[in-house]
Write a protein that binds this ligand. Structure first.
Ligand code: NAD
Length: 276
């Protein structure tokens, strides 16, 4: 009953919103088969974040430096998992909310490109995007198609397993300047991307949806606070609890892939029968 009431309350805020912004984390993609970092069985349960979470590991791998076996296993698992992943009903609900003219921006900590694949066009990726490569020489950025990215990923894993350093450098030499590229994603200790734009979107929202994030990674985790200070209403959905309890009007415990489509249905109903 409580959940039904929360769905109705969230849908009412969203249906009335002048500017809805979503702020998402790894939980939104959990139902697409991508493990989160901090849940039981998540990536940091099995791999050491101190060893593999820094951006320098990508720089080392893609420039052909010798890396620990754990890094090879990590890259190999990530390539396989990301290749299988497709948007889930939560992503599609957000795509539909944008098409309805309600959702203006998705600010995401995810690097998996699934918001774009689900139809969202205004996506701020504060931790980068694995489909984009950045040249380590000239800084040029290149967006890869799905097929191209995963063909490269599979080849890279083969080379890493074989310790074929020249092969790795050849695979990663994608830039027109001849430079070696690495994925344009943000590791621990590296600067986040487009944070000023993300803050400004959060500050101009009148409703902020917080989805599937533990709020432990800063500075991204400040986003809800910026929206709150600018007087937005906040709605949180998380599978294991409310991590922004002090800030939110509605804190829903449940999966975003299940709750977002239910909220969307109610938003459509409210919009069709009222003057919002
Ligand atoms: P996190 O792993 O710290 O937290 C994920 C949160 O999602 C948890 O609180 C969990 O309870 C919740 N959750 C799990 N399944 C859910 C579901 N189905 N619906 C709703 N909530 C669910 O993730 P974070 O806060 O995003 O921070 C981790 C960092 O790791 C991010 O910065 C991100 O860059 C990176 N990351 C990205 C991906 C991805 O791109 N898909 C995956 C793992 C980690």
């Amino acid at each position: 009953m409580e959940l039904e009431r929360q769905i109705e309350e969230a849908a009412t805020y969203i249906a009335r919103a002048r500017k809805l912004v979503a702020f998402s984390g790894a939980g939104v993609s959990a139902e697409s088969g991508i493990p989160t970092f901090r849940d039981p069985g998540g990536l940091w349960d099995r791999f050491d974040p101190l060893e593999l979470g820094g951006g320098d590991i990508f720089t080392s791998i893609f420039s052909g430096a010798r890396v620990p076996q754990a890094a090879v296993d990590f890259v190999s698992e990530m390539v396989a998992v990301l290749e299988r992943a497709r948007p889930n009903p939560g992503h599609y609900a957000l795509g539909e909310l944008e098409r309805m003219g309600i959702l203006r921006t998705v600010i995401t900590q995810n690097i998996d490109n699934l918001h774009r694949e689900a139809g969202n066009t205004k996506v701020i990726e504060v931790h980068g995007n694995i489909f984009r490569m950045a040249c380590m020489i000239c800084g040029n950025r290149i967006m890869l198609e799905r097929e191209e990215l995963f063909a490269m990923g599979r080849e890279l894993v083969e080379m890493l397993r074989a310790g074929n350093i020249q092969g790795i450098v050849r695979v990663a030499s994608k830039c027109r300047c001849g430079g070696v590229c690495r994925p344009d994603v943000v590791g621990f200790g590296e600067p986040v991307q487009e944070m000023p734009r993300a803050i400004s979107e959060a500050q101009s929202a009148d409703v902020l949806l917080i989805l599937g994030t533990s709020g432990m990674v800063y500075p991204a985790a400040y986003i809800p606070e910026y929206a709150k200070r600018a007087k937005a209403r906040l709605v949180e959905i998380n599978a294991t609890g409310c991590y922004f309890q002090d800030l939110v009007e509605v804190g829903m415990v449940g999966k975003s892939g299940e709750l977002l489509p239910r909220i969307l249905e109610r938003v459509k109903y409210l919009r069709s029968y009222s003057v919002f």
